[in-house]
Design a protein around this ligand. Structure first.
Ligand SMILES: [Zn+2]
Ligand SMILES: [Zn+2]
Length: 110
């Protein structure tokens, strides 16, 4: 994932941030006209998660490819706020998959 490299650049005003978290906060505080669409999902089976991924993330994947294209060729690439984070925890038989998902795009052509 492209979420771990050095700089995040706001797609709207070119301000730079060290972490995605700071950039997220900036989007919320300085660009509240940009309506971020946060979703959180919790799954208790891998199957449920896979099913959700197939229904919704196929789209995100193709968008991510486009991000790489744009981000890779532009020197001061901007950071689109769209992302998906999945954390999988397992305790004996019990599985918990927490997904954080933001589907609003900015900073590049759709
Ligand atoms: Zn900004
Ligand atoms: Zn995007």
């Amino acid at each position: 994932m492209a979420l771990n490299d050095g700089k995040r650049v706001c797609a709207l005003c070119d301000e730079k941030f060290k972490t995605m978290k700071e950039l997220k906060k900036h989007y919320e505080e300085s660009h509240d006209d940009l309506e971020l669409k946060y979703e959180e999902h919790v799954f208790n089976t891998d199957k449920g998660f896979e099913k959700w991924k197939k229904s919704g993330i196929v789209k995100l994947k193709s968008e991510r490819k486009r991000h790489e294209k744009i981000g890779g060729s532009v020197k001061c690439g901007k950071t689109c706020p769209a992302f998906m984070n999945a954390i999988r925890e397992q305790k004996e038989e019990a599985i918990k998959i927490t997904v954080e998902y933001q589907s609003m795009h900015a900073g590049h052509e759709m």
